[in-house]
Ligand binder design. Structure first.
Ligand code: ADP
Length: 456
């Protein structure tokens, strides 16, 4: 401010003195010219000086105003706009420096925004939930996964304890904010299907807050439980025949071998249990191969009628021996199959599916009953149906019969030589052939298993 005042004052003075000097040179040093020449020169000098000072001040003020406006706009986060000034003076340098600074700042802001967007895209694409908290447990950020896992939508800005009822998660967040070491805990999350969540909570030293990374381990735990159940079931299934065989062998060794009358009975029992073990191991191997994906399926068009005929032929003698009727027939109405109807499947697997279903129908139907194998077409799917008038399956067990080792009546299944794995194998094979299976039943009236497979 003072600088501008001194500069203006100096300018006026210099121009006045210059005007005076010029007048003196022009008018000479005669006494006659003094009375009018001096005031005229002084007035002209003053006027010129004042005009020059006003112009100079105007220029300086407008440039400074523009710089001020630019800085204010940067301060408000709107970015600095460029100022045009080609003045070589220090003020021009200041304006150019401002322009350079505004350009650099804009570039930095763009870079920061791009990084921020990248980070947000990465976080929202993560399979883990991420929740960021400040030092007072106020929620700063929730990614989409955390939102769906913890149902935290519109929770940003609120405290964790206001929106989360689970005491374990709140306690974990508190511990992470207080302590130095990251915390890891598995918590159970109430709600639909009761989830198991593994939460990794760590304090953010620099940012003064904490971050929670949440993994949904529900499926993992379910699979673990299934594996444990499976191992327990297999052990149990192997233990029983082995125990029977052990007792029989010990009895024979203890002298029953010489007992002509009873020895064959024990040997027969051993043979029975060996057969049971054999069936169980074959089924287990088959299931393991299908599940691991190591079973090689040769998918090709297979004539459905031929496959069904083979199956009926194979089980014919057994059905006749039990006084049961095993019939093969096409479906009626709109489901009537065209001649040469083929499914796009692995032939051996299709035969195994039909064998298991017909075997069950024969096993769980009393003597004299009829078992129907039917085939038809619906849309672009081949339908195969095995229907019996047997003992049926209670409604609550209908979905469970496809589980490994699930039996409605354990004793009856064992007595009939069942392993409890037949329908599990069927289900896996049907899925591998990109098909579906459905069971319908009415206890005491029979069951129907319907398989849908892709048409060739
Ligand atoms: P299993 O070797 O015991 O027959 P599966 O896996 O083939 O094992 O079948 C599981 C259970 O489903 C059987 O133990 C039986 O209780 C029931 N089940 C299967 N098919 C039929 C059917 N056609 N009629 C009645 N019950 C059936």
């Amino acid at each position: 401010m003072f600088q501008r005042f001194y500069l203006s004052f100096g300018l006026i003075l210099a121009l006045t003195v210059l005007a005076l000097g010029l007048c003196l040179v022009w008018g000479g040093f005669s006494r006659d010219t003094w009375p009018w020449l001096f005031p005229t020169a002084a007035a002209a000098g003053l006027a010129l000086g004042a005009a020059a000072a006003i112009a100079f001040n105007y220029r300086v003020s407008s440039s400074l105003n523009e710089v001020t406006l630019g800085l204010q706009s940067i301060g408000m986060g709107l970015g600095g706009k460029k100022i045009f000034n080609d003045d070589p003076s220090p003020l021009g340098n200041l304006v150019r420096a401002f322009n350079l600074m505004a350009t650099r700042l804009e570039e930095r802001m763009e870079l920061l925004e791009r990084d921020r967007q990248q980070l947000l895209t990465m976080l929202s694409g993560m399979v883990e939930g991420v929740v960021a908290l400040d030092n007072e447990q106020r929620i700063l950020f929730v990614n989409e996964r955390a939102d769906s896992l913890l149902e935290l939508s519109s929770a940003v800005g609120k405290r964790l304890w206001e929106v989360v009822r689970n005491p374990e998660l709140r306690e974990l967040a508190g511990q992470a904010l207080e302590g130095k070491k990251p915390k890891l805990r598995e918590i159970s999350w109430p709600g639909e299907g009761k989830k198991r969540l593994t939460v990794h909570a760590a304090r953010l030293e620099g940012a003064r807050g904490a971050v929670l990374v949440i993994h949904d381990t529900t499926e993992l735990r379910r699979l673990e439980r299934l594996r444990q159940d499976f191992v327990a079931n297999v052990s149990h299934e192997l233990k029983t025949p082995l125990a029977v065989m052990k007792v029989c062998v010990e009895t024979l060794l203890d002298g029953a071998l010489d007992d002509q009358e009873n020895a064959p009975h024990f040997l027969h029992r051993i043979q029975e249990q060996t057969e049971r073990l054999n069936l169980l191991i074959l089924d287990l191997l088959s299931l393991a191969r299908i599940e691991s994906g190591s079973e090689l399926f040769e998918v090709a068009p297979v004539e459905v009628l031929q496959a069904a005929e083979q199956c009926v032929e194979r089980h014919g003698d057994r059905a006749r021996a039990r006084g049961q009727k095993l019939v093969l027939q096409p479906m009626n109405g709109p489901l009537t199959p065209p001649p040469g109807l083929s499914a796009l499947v692995d032939e051996e697997s299709l035969l195994q599916i039909l064998d298991n279903l017909v075997d069950n129908a024969l096993k769980y139907s009393p003597e004299g009953k009829t078992i129907e194998v039917r085939y038809g077409v619906e849309g672009n799917q081949v339908i195969l149906q095995v229907r019996d008038d047997g003992i049926g399956i209670p409604q609550e067990d209908l979905t469970r019969v496809f589980e490994r080792f699930f039996r409605v009546d354990k004793a009856r299944s064992r007595q009939l030589g069942g392993t409890g794995l037949g329908l599990a194998i069927v289900k896996h094979l049907v899925s591998a052939m990109k098909g579906t299976i459905r069971g319908e039943s009415s206890p005491g009236h029979g069951s129907t298993f319907t398989v849908r497979l892709p048409m060739a």
